[in-house]
Design a binder for this molecule. Structure first.
Ligand code: S3P
Length: 170
């Protein structure tokens, strides 16, 4: 069984995922991280040097590589749901949980962040709201279940996810 976390940048996929994996004794996998390792470059550099299209292809290739993984919690990049193919691949991997977060909350959390190439617009609120409008239905379409997140409290998000998936932790 795998748990796959999806959601917008700053929704806490990595922190929550890492914690969940620890609690369950599962392997923790972060797609951005693996893509960085495989390309020997940060995500920001991949976007700058090779472009978004290349990065998206890397995401699809990685989801295919991960097929067959088990007992893993997989945290994904916020744009992984943009293609229909990826949405199907995510569902094939396991239980897909959408960490839903409001635009205002995301802005607070990402304030000062320089690692995310898609958030360079001066008016971040407008940018994030526009991106959320496009992505919200895609996250919902890809997900088996949806949970709100608890700012700064990944342990609460993790607890909620275990409840939703009806998984007990010893
Ligand atoms: C992206 C989100 C990032 C990373 C890349 C693109 C996006 O991941 O994959 O910068 O399109 O939303 P996080 O959601 O982990 O920040």
């Amino acid at each position: 069984m795998n748990i796959v976390l999806i959601g917008f940048m700053g929704s806490g996929k990595t922190s929550t995922g890492r914690l969940l994996a620890k609690q369950l004794g599962y392997r923790f996998i972060d797609t951005d991280n693996l893509i960085e390792q495989q390309n020997g470059m940060t995500v920001a550099n991949i976007f700058a040097r090779k472009g978004e299209e290349f990065f998206r292809q890397q995401e699809t290739a990685l989801l295919k590589q991960l097929n067959g993984a088990d007992n893993s919690v997989i945290a994904t990049g916020g744009g992984i749901v943009l293609t229909g193919e990826n949405r199907l691949l995510l569902r094939e991997l396991g239980e897909v949980v959408y960490l839903q977060t409001a635009a205002a909350e995301i802005i607070k959390r990402l304030d000062g962040d320089t690692t995310r190439p898609l958030l360079s617009a001066a008016d971040k609120y407008e940018e994030i709201t526009r991106m959320l409008e496009i992505r919200q239905p895609l996250y919902q379409a890809a997900a088996n279940c949806i949970t709100g997140t608890f700012t700064g409290h990944p342990e609460k998000s993790a607890e909620r996810i275990l409840q939703l998936l009806k998984i007990g932790v010893k």
